[in-house]
Design a protein around this ligand. Structure first.
Ligand code: B1M
Length: 208
């Protein structure tokens, strides 16, 4: 099997040693950083699809994401040298009053794995902080996560703040266990996703 196939398989299996060794082998062989990135993304896409289909669960996704992260740490400087541009920049966080971050972290990992630059604001993020981060970074995507019914209104507050700040060309996607498409429509979000893999699909649609 070629090292590029090894790379995709390493991410699918969450084998960080194979992921980092194959990345180094490919770089040493002169393979372009973009080609290596595509192989990594192919692995992560597969993980996302199997997660969506309930064939694998959160621990497997976290293990795959860790392998991806370690391979990316080797690849990133080479991508920068090669003038690589991420698909888009996304600002992601859990809304004000809410400290749950496991689902949000999965969304962040999946987006990174799909070639997005992600600014992770963490948890308990105020509307003002989201607006400030978008202004500073020029992000075109904002991802909001909420796990509590009591913090769902903070999603609307954040969307209202983004609209009031007249941030041009910014799409907002929301998600989290109590969040539904109907709620997303009600609060004026541009997109909703029930899980982290679907979040990547939705964001890809929003930026096109
Ligand atoms: Co809390 N908690 N919790 N909790 N907690 C829930 C959410 C709850 C349902 C438990 C219950 O009562 N059955 C309940 C909410 C009830 C409600 O609102 N109706 C609850 C409560 C009440 C509370 C406290 C108020 C408890 C208390 O102190 N009395 C308190 C609140 C603290 C606060 O936030 N201010 C609290 C605290 C905590 C812990 C700190 C102990 C811990 C969080 C640790 C952490 O996140 N670092 C915790 C946990 C772990 C849970 C449960 C058990 C698990 C949540 C989780 O991580 N799920 C949860 C009960 C449950 O769900 N079984 C519960 C796994 C995660 C992968 O799923 O986050 O849904 P999820 O993410 C999914 C999708 O929703 C989606 O993709 C992810 C992966 O596919 N998704 C997005 C998420 N964000 C997205 C964003 C997107 C798109 C998709 O686009 C941007």
């Amino acid at each position: 099997m070629s090292a590029l196939n090894d790379l995709t398989e390493a991410i699918k299996k969450g084998d960080r040693k194979l992921a980092t060794a194959s990345t180094e082998t490919e770089l040493a062989a002169g393979t372009s950083p973009n080609t290596i990135l595509e192989a990594l993304i192919e692995g992560m896409d597969d993980v996302g699809q199997r997660f969506k289909a309930n064939q694998i669960f959160v621990p497997e996704v976290l293990i795959a994401a860790r392998a991806m992260k370690e391979a990316m740490a080797i690849l990133e400087p080479k991508l920068v040298e090669a003038g690589y541009k991420p698909l888009a920049t996304a600002v992601v966080g859990t809304v004000e009053g809410d400290l749950h971050d496991i689902g949000k972290n999965l969304v962040v990992m999946m987006l990174k794995g799909a070639s997005f630059q992600v600014i992770d604001l963490g948890t308990n993020v105020s509307p003002e902080k989201f607006v400030e981060a978008v202004k500073e970074s020029g992000a075109t995507v904002v991802g909001l996560s909420a796990l509590l019914t009591t913090t769902m209104p903070a999603m609307k507050k954040t969307i209202d703040a983004i609209n009031e700040a007249r941030l041009e060309g910014v799409s907002v996607i929301i998600g989290g266990a109590p969040v539904t498409q109907a709620f997303a429509d009600e609060v004026g979000a541009n997109g909703f996703a029930p899980d982290a893999a679907s979040a990547v699909d939705t964001v890809r649609t929003l930026i096109n």
